[in-house]
Design a protein around this ligand. Structure first.
Ligand SMILES: [Ca+2]
Ligand SMILES: [Ca+2]
Length: 239
């Protein structure tokens, strides 16, 4: 019995250490978007505290303004998930001339015995872009900043984390002049040739690119993409 107890204690300690050593992350979902020129798409900027208690989150997202135009940025409720009141930086916002979308939000109350930051991952903002030019590029998180609380319960202290302390996961996009699902580029989506090309890619006869990733899960021409192409072909869905 004592033996099992020691093993359980070791396991608990290892788990604690893993939580303590995991750096928070800021990531963008979906990580890869394929959009037709002239259409809009939305990405979420998310924060995963991974065991940290977060009270402030900031970033500047950079994009290529020859491909994309930012339309809106909407707070996602990440910092208010615990019920604390938050404030959004009034200087934050969209600058299409510079190709940036910046954001900052913090929990108003100082962390103490009754006021807490947030511990669970969530959506900090949702950003909607309009695709205005063909091409591929990246959505890059720059100047990230998170405030985390340490020292509970005795000496509560707020520490700021910057780029080197945060795991950043940027996103990619492709703006295509062709409609979604139009793999042979004849301007007709999900026709018989497109279905055939998708199946050929699925079985490995041709190498697919991100145009084949209809469900945006990062896997080009997987089983779901094949199913979606066939559903679009028979008219059950519009891609
Ligand atoms: Ca086609
Ligand atoms: Ca896929």
């Amino acid at each position: 019995m004592k033996y099992i107890q020691s093993i359980l204690m070791v396991i608990a300690l290892v788990c604690l250490l893993q939580v303590a050593s995991a750096a928070p992350k800021i990531y963008i979902e979906p990580s890869d978007s394929l959009v037709a020129n002239g259409s809009t798409f939305t990405v979420d900027v998310k924060v995963g505290p991974l065991g940290s208690e977060v009270t402030t989150a900031m970033y500047t997202l950079r994009f290529d303004n020859t491909h994309l135009k930012a339309i809106s940025q909407t707070p996602g409720g990440f910092l208010s998930q615990g019920g604390e009141a938050t404030k959004v930086d009034p200087n934050a916002g969209i600058n299409n001339t510079a190709g940036t979308v910046s954001y900052g939000e913090y929990i108003e109350a100082e962390p103490d015995e009754t006021h807490f930051g947030v511990y669970s991952p969530g959506t900090l903002t949702s950003i909607t872009f309009e695709a205005i030019g063909d091409g591929a590029g990246k959505l890059n998180i720059t100047n990230p900043k998170l405030a985390v609380v340490t020292g509970r319960p005795d000496t509560i202290f707020v520490t700021y984390l910057f780029a080197s302390d945060i795991n950043i996961f940027n996103a990619a996009y492709t703006v295509s002049q062709y409609p979604r699902g139009d793999l042979d580029h004849n301007w007709v989506a999900a026709d018989a040739v497109d279905v055939a090309m998708m199946i050929q890619a699925f079985v490995g006869d041709i190498i697919p690119n991100s145009e084949y990733d209809l469900d945006n899960n990062g896997n080009n021409a997987d089983a779901v993409d094949v199913a979606m192409m066939i559903q679009a072909f028979v008219g059950d869905i519009i891609l």
